[in-house]
Design a protein around this ligand. Structure first.
Ligand SMILES: Nc1nc2c(ncn2[C@@H]2O[C@H](COP(=O)(O)O[C@H]3[C@@H](O)[C@H](n4cnc5c(=O)[nH]c(N)nc54)O[C@@H]3COP(=O)(O)O)[C@@H](O)[C@H]2O)c(=O)[nH]1
Length: 726
């Protein structure tokens, strides 16, 4: 090699060294910049590097011998195989084992490789040429740079490895969440092909996840479902932001499902859409539950008919429509007659079954535009559209006839009747509340008229309804306010005028309402459920009074107490009577219980059973108001009764009305033939008494002898009569 050529080689070698230094410096600068920014995911290089020196922090022991092996191999190659005439030591070659060691093993092996290379180069590569000294400053520079390179490479590698590890753990965490959620998570490209799906998506589609990838909705779902999804995707892409919507889909197994889907565009770093991501939750069950709750809020659970809430809504609309069209609207209030008896005697399940069947019938009776709702219990409201008020009686009668047809419930054939009240918009009221109130008053009147009928609202009913409400409200406190008392009306032997009994009659003196007749408040007490407690109180008072009178030495007689329908039908009645007699220490033979003919005949078999029990107690029974209801003689024979009480409506005109005379005579004869006693009530005149005596009536009760008296007055009356008799 000539001198000029040697100069060129030395120049090139120097240039290579300078280039190595410049490139390394630029590389460090860039690398340090890349890792120096501290944010949530990055950590300072030295912090990471320090951890890289700690054994066991994700390192393998064999990376260290590997580093030694790699550097050793390079030393051998450099010492023996590279051309010895090479003037420069080619230290850059050692970067290869250093880099490999750092990349594979991280900081520790990287440092080991760097140190080994530095020592090896100094001792084995530079030594033969320049002894132990660095004769050439450029060699020293390269040697130092090699060391710095090695250290930095190790640190950078450690940083990369740490970042990778962290990224991997994030990825695992994310895929754990995505894989573990029951929501379908997916990513589609711009053509709608699935790029990523989680396990839930695969489960919904009943297909392995890898078979879904690359397919479109059109290939996975029914055409209508796919079209809906595609449309939704397009909306999201056009909007360019995340949107949530409901998607009705038919799944591959045929199930109709409702998904709540949140979808959004996937954007690249330049903000261009590259696809769409979505999270879809199956809300089918939740929606059904919501619908069920909504249904329960508006419809009666038992009958499925609209309830009060729904009725309010329908009525609001119906009234608005009627108002706009200048038309009428009828509200009918239907209440079953004595439905409570069915519940009490046969049990609530039978009562419920009857209501279900009744509801079905009522719905079928109506035109499509009309509706029926259940208010609760046995109360139903009809909304009937149209102007034809004249037709309403026919409709009401049709409904009544429908109710009358017997119901087959289990082994029972049940016959019920109903009472209907009718109110018409706009004349009777302009809102549902008023119309229902009017119809309720009219219905109450229908009941008073003998049930199984209908009645139209009239203004006088309103006053009655207000009065009834006042009475019921005040009656609730009558007992505790000591406003009730019991009066006693003597019952007299028709032949010798002896007092043979007293009828206990309830009286109510209210501070503002005044003296309210039992004929008015007892039906109200029955309807409002207050009669049981009031009736029990009367029974106890009468029994206690009888005990007192007997204790005072009064000649024994019968104490007659009225039983209301509710009391008589209550299953605990015999027990209650027995308890009261025992508690008040009165022998049962002094007590007579009166029940009306209507009560006894409504359910004769049940009445027989109750009468039998009362008879067993030793208590006497009498049929009150006899003659005004229809009595079956065959049942009358079976009733364990002692006497018939001839209703005062027959006694009133007995002296003038031949029909009444004939009826009274027939009742007395009937009783005699059945072995029963008779008592006539409402006797006011001697002529009435005369006729009754003639016919053989046994006992008399009426103003002719005495009005109902307080206990004190009764005592005085008894003493007076005894004195007269004496
Ligand atoms: N379940 C219960 N019913 C009861 C009770 N107390 C009374 N009643 C019933 O209320 C109705 C009205 O009773 P009242 O106003 O007390 O009238 C009674 C008598 O005062 C009346 N009477 C008696 N004699 C005459 C008469 O000569 N003339 C005339 N105009 N009225 C007269 O008759 C009623 C007695 O009726 P009855 O019970 O049928 O014998 C009435 O139906 C009572 O039954 C109670 O505690 N419980």
């Amino acid at each position: 090699m000539g001198a000029r050529e040697s100069q060129v080689v030395i120049w090139l070698s120097s240039a290579k060294g300078v280039f190595f230094v410049v490139c390394s410096a630029a590389g460090y600068a860039l690398a340090m910049r890349a890792v120096s920014t501290r944010d949530d995911h990055r950590q300072p290089l030295f912090e990471v590097a320090a951890r890289g020196l700690v054994p066991g922090a994700g390192h393998c022991w064999y990376h260290y011998p590997l580093a030694l092996l790699l550097v050793g191999t390079m030393l051998v190659v450099r010492t023996h195989l590279v051309d010895a005439s090479e003037p420069r030591p080619l230290m850059v070659l050692f970067m290869l084992p250093i880099m490999v060691s750092a990349l594979v093993g991280g900081l520790g092996p990287g440092l080991l490789a760097t140190a080994t290379a530095a020592v090896g180069i100094k001792l084995l590569v530079l030594h033969p040429l320049y002894s132990m000294r660095f004769a050439d400053l450029r060699d020293l520079m390269q040697w130092l740079l090699l060391i710095v390179n090695g250290v930095v490479a190790g640190m950078l590698s450690e940083f990369m490895r740490s970042a990778l590890r962290k990224g991997e753990s994030h990825r695992k965490l994310l895929s754990g969440i995505i894989g573990g959620t029951s929501d379908a998570v997916y990513v589609k490209d711009l053509q709608g092909r699935y790029l990523l799906v989680n396990q839930a998506t695969a489960a919904f589609l009943d297909m392995p996840a890898d078979q879904i990838l690359g397919r479109t909705d059109e290939q996975l779902f029914s055409a209508p479902s796919a079209a809906r999804m595609r449309q939704q995707d397009q909306l999201v892409m056009r909007a360019g932001r995340t949107q949530t919507s409901e998607e009705h889909l038919t799944l591959p197994d045929g199930r109709q499902a409702l998904f709540l889907s949140t979808k959004g565009p996937l954007l690249d770093s330049a903000g261009h859409a590259t696809g769409i991501f979505g999270i879809s939750r199956d809300v089918t069950e939740r929606k059904l539950a919501e619908e069920r709750i909504e249904h329960l809020a508006h419809f009666d659970v038992l009958t499925g008919l609209p309830n009060r809430v729904q009725l309010d809504e329908s009525a609001r609309q119906a009234i608005l429509k009627a108002q706009c069209e200048g038309r009428k609207l009828a509200v009918m209030f239907l209440d079953l007659d004595r439905f409570k008896d069915i519940n009490d005697s046969l049990g609530h399940s039978i009562g419920d079954a009857l209501l279900v069947r009744l509801a079905r019938r009522l719905r079928l009776t109506l035109r499509a535009e009309d509706s029926v709702a259940r208010l609760g219990g046995d109360e139903f409201i009809f909304l009937l559209h149209g102007d034809d008020v004249e037709a309403l009686p026919r409709v009401a009668q049709k409904i009544l006839d429908t109710v009358l047809e017997p119901f087959a419930v289990e082994q029972h054939e049940l016959s019920v009747s109903a009472s209907i009240g009718v109110a018409v918009y706009p004349q009777d009221g302009k809102d549902l509340e008023t119309l229902v109130r009017c119809a309720d008053s009219a219905m109450y009147r229908a009941k008073q008229n003998g049930r199984n009928g209908y009645c139209f609202f009239t203004s006088d009913l309103e006053a009655e309804a207000v009065r009834r409400m006042q009475i019921v409200g005040a009656l609730r406190h009558a007992l505790e306010n000591r406003e009730l008392s019991v009066h006693y009306q003597p019952q007299v032997d028709a032949h010798d005028g002896r007092i043979i009994g007293a009828e206990a009659l309830l009286r109510w003196q209210h501070p503002t309402l005044g003296a309210v007749s039992p004929a008015e408040f007892i039906p109200a007490a029955e309807d409002s459920g207050l009669m049981l407690s009031i009736g029990e109180w009367v029974l106890r008072q009468a029994v206690r009074q009888m005990r007192t009178w007997l204790d005072q030495g009064m000649a024994p007689f019968m104490m007659a107490v009225n039983l209301s329908t509710t009391q008589f039908r209550h299953p605990d009645l015999p027990q209650l009577v027995s308890n009261i007699l025992a508690q008040e220490q009165l022998e049962p033979q002094y007590l007579e219980l009166e029940l009306t003919e209507g009560t006894a005949m409504h359910d004769p078999l049940a009445a027989i059973a109750v009468m039998d029990k009362l008879h067993e107690l030793g208590v006497r029974m009498a049929i009150d108001d006899f003659g005004i209801a229809y009595s079956s003689l065959s049942y009358l024979k079976k009733f364990k009764i002692y006497k018939l009480k001839i209703d005062q409506s027959f006694v009133r005109d007995i002296s003038t009305d031949p029909d009444d005379r004939a009826i009274v005579a027939a009742i007395i004869n009937l009783a005699r033939s059945l072995g029963l006693h008779t008592i006539a009530e409402g006797v006011e005149h001697p002529a009435q008494l005369e006729y009754l005596r003639e016919q053989g009536c046994d006992e008399i009760q009426g103003f002719y002898y005495s009005r109902p008296l307080t206990a004190g007055q009764f005592e005085a009356y008894v003493s007076e009569r005894r004195l007269c008799a004496a």
